[in-house]
Design a protein around this ligand. Sequence first.
Ligand code: FES
Length: 94
Amino acid sequence: MSKKIKIYVCTEGKKCPKRGGKDVARALHKAAEGTGDQLVVKECKCLDLCKKGPAVVVMPDKVRYGRVTEADAAEIVSTHLAGGEPIKRLQTRK
Ligand code: FES
């Protein structure tokens, strides 16, 4: 049985919504359509990556992505669904 993936995207913090966080969330939801319950996109409050927003965290792998764009959404979903390596160009620390 494959693990369940949760993608958290900051849409309620102070910075990310102003930088397109809600657009990223919308794109992630769209990219996740048809993946069943194996992958869930959750909108959330601040992920403590404000300077790198829009911020996304993928669990359970604890992969942190910063400066995510709508165009990155499909790649994030497909990469993590496939269990592949995280997308290095988007990975960030605090
Ligand atoms: S405001 Fe989005 S990570 Fe803090």
